[in-house]
Design a binder for this molecule. Sequence first.
Ligand code: NDP
Length: 327
Amino acid sequence: MTIKAVIINKQDDVYSVAPGELNASDLMDGDTLVRVSHSSVNYKDGLAVTNRAPVVRRFPMVPGIDMVGVIEETTAPGLAAGDAVILNGWGTGETHLGAWAKKSRVPGAWLVPLPKDLSAEQAAAIGTAGYTAALCVLGLQDAGVTPASGPVLVTGAAGGVGSVAIALLGALGYHVIASTGRPDEADYLKKLGANEIIARDELSGKLRALGKERWAGAVDSVGSTTLANVLSMTRYGGTVTCCGLAGGMDLPSSVAPFILRGVSLIGVDSVMAAREKRLRAWELLDQKLDRKLLAEMTTVVPLSKAIEVGEQIVDGKVRGRVVVTIV
Ligand code: NDP
């Protein structure tokens, strides 16, 4: 049996990414064999295929940090052949062969059930970006930020995390301010649920320890100067959830927002998040994410196009989410 896949290799310091084939013996350890039907292109997959950051820590590697498919064989407790499942993160595409392949062997404990009201394609469209957006929204809710608290800002708005965060926050009744570097996407962002659009430049300028108080909460996927400015403009007692580094990994901030305004900064990691958090996030997505808006933000490509989209996403050229069909 050969398994069609995208394979990243590194030999004699030469990094290569190309369509290829795996043998069944190439699959990794795990008590569960999944027939993959859909994956997606996340920012991290883009970093992996372009080698712009050292996310791949084992060679050969198969990219694809999102997996949706059906179990073919399993000895894991609580799972059975035929179950439709989702896997997000856990090191797939980094240390464990990822989902841009027709089959994958993984520990069953990494899998969550596909909610019955979501199709496999919709679950892949949500993917890590959408599930992370849900974790960010839950972080705001858990910190007590309600629609009555005031507006919530979403940075990197037209990206995957941003698009799903806007749709979720809009559905939950928040007044959403979307920050984007692509003003031509204003109509798209408004359709998703943004009430106001601001230019990315407003948050990338000169830093002040404290700025005018503008939002009660924020979902930030950009980091760096943007996050520092977001913090400095967060209202007294507000909360910012931070999950990304599309603008850089640094954080040139001061303690002023924390000690003078009681602002909280909550870190969000999707890769190693506990199962209980994952189930909560997928429940929120299942219940509150409008399927028409999800379709609006989704593009579907075959596996043969995934590498090209990976190159585009790290240049900020992808809008919303891109599903990769594997079958
Ligand atoms: P996308 O590429 O889809 O979106 C990122 C968006 O950020 C872009 O669309 C753009 O939005 C904005 N952006 C890009 N470059 C810059 C820049 N130089 N300065 C300011 N804004 C910029 O990626 P995702 O939404 O999938 O992921 C966003 C970030 O979140 C990534 O860094 C990713 O690694 C991280 N992430 C982290 C996770 C975690 O577990 N913590 C999980 C998932 C993602 P616009 O054009 O609207 O300005």
